[in-house]
Design a protein. Sequence first.
Length: 616
Amino acid sequence: MFKPSATKRMIFFLFFDTLFSFFTLFLAYNLRFNFDIPPEFMDSFYKVFFIILLLKTASLGYFKIYRVTWRFFALSEAKKLFYAHLVAYGAFTILYLLFLDETLFARSIIVIDFFLSFVFIGFFRIAKRLILESENNRHMKKTLILGATPYAQTLIKQKKEFYISAIIALDDSDSILESYISGIRVQALDALESIVANEKIECVVIVEKIEQTKLNAIYARLEKLGIFDIKIAFIDSEEARIKNLSIEDLLARHPQDLDKSAIQNFIADKTILITGAGGSIGSEISRRCAHFGARQLILLDHSEYNLYTIAEELAPYNPALVMQSVIDKELLEKTFAKYMPQIVIHAAAYKHVPLVEENISEAIRNNVLGTKNTIDCAIAHRAEKFVLISTDKAVRPTNVMGATKRICELYAQNVVSLENTVFEKNSENTVFEENNVSSKNVIASQHAKKKTEIVAVRFGNVLGSSGSVIPKFKTQIENGGPITVTHPDITRYFMLIPEACELVLQAASIGRGGEIFILDMGEPIKIVDLAKKMVELSGKEDIRIEFSGLRSGEKLYEELLIDESEAQTQYQSIMVAGQTPYEIEKLNSDIADLLSCEDKLSKLKEIVPEFTHNPN
């Protein structure tokens, strides 16, 4: 019986519109005659009332006013209500002049009643919305908007979860400063502390894109004020979404010299083989290559699940899926022969430091032999470019993982000297028919024209990768803690995975062979500070931080450079390390010994003299 419906709503409003119309007309009569209505004018009152009521309800119905619920009555509906009154009272005026001129009626009454009716009927419709919003405001957090943008006004009007108390322009030179948005004054960023205190702000929503240093500075100020409920609005052409400020937002690098045209030229219309394609780095590299227009993607991974996951995501690009290990060179040779990749990006590696320390032999086979196999296949099949994904842990390594990656770097830098010999051998064995050249042979002939350019790209930790501290800390926070940090002074470099992968491709595009490129990772960050920020952003105050001690092979500080021989490229975000000569025949012999010997740690130290093992 009490369930709302369109019919019940229309009857309800018709009833009250009738009451308000009677009251406003009677009040109009009283105002016109100073509350002393002559009896002769009252004789026509009901006649006038019923004519106006009929015209008014018909006009309100025509403008669909009776279909609008209380909670959605807004400025657009108020305009329609005004137009409906204009039509109704305009029609009454015409009727009066044509047919009712003999009726005793003061024409000024119609003007007075027009305004009274519009105000009373309009206020009645907006009254419940005001009451509902007032009730909602009591349960909503007092919110400060950072950024005087059109979306700030949208957020104010929505009033779904935020009670907007203040707006701050992020640029003090903004022309909108000290103006008003939906009745709220736009103030300067200098007033942040006083606004938070005076308005008792509980939540902050950032609706404008700001540079990284400024975002961190604002967070630091809000942190001092005890505000940790901070959100960011992401706005595109279709919709806007609001998410909680995350540790990734605070640590993101956003390199200013990202050259997407260079990446496009490097990737577009190329056949690209990505090893470890289902891992954190490999999967993002695969996405980037698809985005930049690779002709064909060959996704290689030994993990069935990882390969399936990235294959499902990139299904529209029809990638070739190869489930094999880079350790098996025979299978790897067949893959290269079948697809003849022009670019090879080698992301397959065991990277988890403590696990590698527990499985040294397998890690050496996967990281060193796997990389050597992939490089050798790329050279043998004349790939245009080979890109080795390396790590900051290869610099003065203290763990087996870092030492294996340093050997990979040495091989990548010094194997180029063998290419002429390989080229001559391949040229003797390659036959091309003049009138019947297959597409695969065309690619092979193109590849045979130049040597494979082999480069390595070294960077630090990426945010959110499998096995990294951030997913681990998030899980620990969700479980109520404690957060385990190995050491109070341990620091690491961080970068977002998409940004790191795009810079990898950018660095590879300028490589000419033998370089080790180093990505600018910014300033190192204390892991304990990272943990504290994550606890603050979670809104949970009772999460403890415990120190568990350095793990096997772990060091306090990571490095990206070995010596001062590094040089700047044309991009500030990318540097290039100096060459480290290592006679390739000796390196091949040393690698063979490393794979077969019993004392692998001693052999690692022999190949990488700067390796100082820290087993803890």
